[in-house]
Design a protein around this ligand. Structure first.
Ligand SMILES: [Zn+2]
Ligand SMILES: [Zn+2]
Ligand SMILES: [Zn+2]
Length: 322
């Protein structure tokens, strides 16, 4: 397939062994955390308050990953099975949250273990948050929809969660997701399910290596119908991904379509809203508040060693009608 499939998780457990508090590296002075396989402490620092708060959750994640690797069912296969079981019935109320989608709406035929199902919510939060934003705008995509995903690392092998949009939006035939993810230009057509194939529906993923701003300024670019910025962090400018999103926010004049933006915390949501109000004069905020389609369980934030819920706050904007 050309693109190296990113190791789903797991890699995050392989941090170099140093004391979590003082970063002492002499192996003979170090002891592993008694609660999880991730942290190491020196004799002077037998534990740390911040780690204690997340230790058991980290251990749960670790044990889940170990269990998942032994199961015959991969995350990608679970996502595929859930997507395949998603059909729109007139009698069925549309999903109102990721949990509602997974437990009530998707009538998965194969038994997917509870924890695997919960685990997939971290992926479905992306496609379903977009679905949520479309609904908030009363936006009914026609045959074709092009979505830019800005500044978001996307494990490619599980990307089939985007297909859920082809199921929930019956009129949508061609969905193209454009991701700005250097270093190489790549294009994939995802193998959609039989139902989608019979309706000639397609799902294309395109990775663009040029920067977002360069891309939207180039003559040959594909115009977007929707732009999504997940987990935007206005408080952290130096981060490469964040920088990209800041540029998007500052260059929204190039985009003449609706935009969704999510943040991890309320504080970041407030800062984002302030920035948007001053930078996006030509656009109105249609929704700002809690995102009903946040993942079911919090994630371990490996940078801060805390826990956080991605996509927790949502803002939906559209260009002002002139
Ligand atoms: Zn130490
Ligand atoms: Zn621990
Ligand atoms: Zn399908």
């Amino acid at each position: 397939m050309g693109r190296a499939l990113p190791q789903e998780e797991g890699a995050m457990f392989l941090s170099p062994r140093t004391c979590l508090v003082c970063h002492e590296a002499k192996q003979e002075n170090l002891k592993k955390c008694s609660g999880c396989p991730y942290a190491t402490f020196c004799s002077a620092h037998p534990s740390s308050c911040s780690h204690d708060q997340v230790c058991s959750m980290i251990n749960d994640k670790y044990e889940f990953q170990t269990r998942l690797s032994k199961l015959k069912l991969s995350t990608a296969a679970a996502i595929q099975a859930i997507v395949n079981s998603t059909t729109v019935h007139k009698s069925l109320k549309l999903p109102t949250s990721v949990a509602d989608y997974l437990y009530r709406y998707a009538q998965t035929p194969v038994t997917i273990p509870e924890d695997v199902k919960i685990h997939t919510s971290i992926y479905f939060t992306k496609s379903l948050t977009l679905f949520n934003a479309l609904q908030k705008l009363n936006y009914n995509p026609r045959l074709k929809m092009v979505v830019y995903i800005v500044a978001q690392f996307t494990p490619f092998h599980v990307s089939v969660y985007w297909e859920v949009l082809l199921h929930l939006l019956p009129k949508l035939i061609n969905l193209k997701i454009i991701l700005f993810e250097p270093p190489e230009d790549l294009k994939y057509t995802i193998n959609v399910c039989e139902k989608c194939r019979s309706k000639k529906k397609t799902l294309t993923l395109e990775f663009v290596s040029t920067s977002f701003v360069e891309y939207v300024k180039s003559k040959s670019h594909t115009k977007a119908d929707f732009v999504a910025l997940y987990n935007y962090d206005p408080l952290q400018e130096e981060n490469l991904f964040v920088n990209t999103s800041c540029k998007v926010v500052k260059n929204f004049d190039f985009i003449t379509c609706p935009l969704l933006l999510t943040t991890v915390t309320e504080k970041k949501a407030m800062a984002a809203s302030e920035r948007l109000r001053s930078n996006l004069k030509n656009c109105e905020i249609c929704y700002a508040g809690k995102n009903d389609f946040a993942p079911i369980k919090p994630e371990v934030d490996w940078e801060t060693e805390g826990i956080s819920i991605p996509n927790q706050f949502l803002m939906v904007m559209k260009p002002r009608e002139s």
